[in-house]
Write a protein of this length. Structure first.
Length: 434
């Protein structure tokens, strides 16, 4: 028992729980604590549960399941923590330990394996997904499905998210996507663009606009065909072995060129790429290579600002704009100033700062699918502050946040007065790029 308890402590990152002094600075910034009001749904409460397991005071690990499954993983507690608790490491380790010990039903096990190991990491399968969405829209099936009411019967409330899915691009357009775009004028940087899995399948247009904007400011842009999913969705689901496998694939792919930066346009993906060094820190063969990869990782807003920003061709004429930042950009990558600088550089707009802007919107990877009710409670709180801003445009920097805010707009009946856009979409509009 003594030996097994020692192993369990190591597995759960028990030593890192000792950094927590239970001060409570994390409580007011934690979305699940402020929404549900339970200590077990706060960072210090979750840490205390892990501590008790590590000390043998709790022997049934299923006690950890609800508190850790309901955690959004926004990492706001790390930003607020005065003692530097590595909550993200504890969260990852605990979820991995719980998944190892949990017996999933056959359908759930097969679905997890198919989605996380076969579909999402495969560019062919994600392209097929994008093509399928386009066919679904253009064939008239979408209208038939909506009129029939079948969308309301889909599991996990998937039909609810349909309105938030952007219009798909045609297979022809997808197939003609360039793998390299030359810099306009003298090249300032050579950047390797990370397309992502969900981003390229469902937000392909934003990816193309991203590369055009990078070219506009003086970047030589290269897209690698061998790149794969960043691993964030797998990590959220406790499949850390698969996340590490994908990280190694990406490192290997991006080592093929001497790029100045590896650029992404999704806060969640960017945070994962940024943490490859941490993810593979205990792997002697990959630790140094992972750290080098992470050192080159940049959000697109950082590169656009570094290149001097964009030349805007359109004035927004008093348009009221607010910004919902990505939690992972703020709390993991620590990218906070650049998106605001780009937004405020657009002539004519009226920027309205959202109250509690740094509070999570409730998207968090696949959280709003597997924990729909909890996610909607968090979203409803976010929409209160969004409406107080009284803006006509909500800008985000992450695909999950974008869909969640679109869903929030629908839930509040604001679709005729308010639109949600990715930062790249809004910048491209003002710069006259399509």
């Amino acid at each position: 028992m003594k030996g097994s308890l020692t192993e369990l402590r190591e597995e759960l990152q028990y030593d890192k729980t000792n950094q927590c002094v239970q001060c409570g600075y994390c409580l007011p910034v934690c979305p699940t604590y402020t929404t549900f009001g339970k200590e077990t749904h706060s960072p210090r409460g979750r840490i205390n549960l892990v501590k008790m397991v590590g000390e043998g005071k709790i022997t049934d690990l299923t006690v950890l399941e609800e508190p850790f499954n309901l955690c959004l993983g926004c990492r706001a507690c790390e930003t607020a923590c005065p003692t530097g608790v590595e909550y993200g490491s504890i969260l990852e380790a605990t979820r991995e330990a719980l998944v190892k010990r949990r017996t999933f039903s056959v359908p759930v096990r097969l679905l997890r394996k198919a989605l996380l190991k076969k579909v999402v990491p495969s560019s062919k399968m994600m392209n097929f997904t994008g093509h399928s969405i386009w066919i679904y829209e253009k064939s008239g099936l979408k209208k038939v499905a909506q009129k029939s009411g079948i969308m309301k019967k889909l599991p996990y409330h998937l039909g609810t998210f349909e309105k938030a899915i952007p219009s798909a691009v045609s297979p022809l357009e997808r197939g003609q996507a360039p793998t390299e775009i030359k810099a306009k004028g003298q090249a300032k940087y050579t950047v390797a663009f990370f397309t992502g899995c969900i981003m390229d399948a469902m937000f392909h247009r934003i990816n193309q606009l991203s590369m055009k904007l990078l070219s506009e400011v003086g970047c030589q842009v290269v897209v690698f065909p061998n790149q794969t999913c960043c691993g964030a969705l797998q990590a959220h689901a406790g499949e850390m072995t698969e996340a590490r496998h994908l990280a190694k694939q990406n490192i290997l792919a991006f080592e093929q060129i001497k790029a100045d930066f590896i650029v992404n346009n999704a806060g969640g993906c960017g945070a994962m790429l940024y943490e490859y060094g941490h993810l593979l820190s205990n792997d002697p063969e990959w630790a140094e290579r992972a750290a080098a990869f992470s050192a080159k990782s940049r959000d697109i807003s950082q590169v656009l600002v570094s290149c001097g920003g964009l030349r805007h061709r359109q004035s927004r004429n008093g348009e009221r704009v607010t910004y919902q930042p990505s939690c992972h950009m703020t709390n993991v990558q620590k990218v906070t100033k650049e998106p605001l600088e780009l937004i405020k550089s657009i002539p004519g707009l009226q920027f309205i700062e959202m109250e509690q802007a740094d509070m999570c919107c409730g998207s968090a990877g696949i959280y709003n699918i597997v924990n729909y009710d909890a996610s909607m409670q968090v979203l409803d709180e976010k929409m209160k502050h969004t409406q107080e801003a009284n803006s006509s445009v909500i800008i985000t920097t992450n695909p999950g946040c974008l869909m969640q805010m679109k869903l929030g707009i629908e839930r509040e009946g604001l679709s005729h007065t308010t639109r949600a856009l990715h930062l790249i979409e809004y910048l491209a509009e003002s710069a006259g790029i399509s």
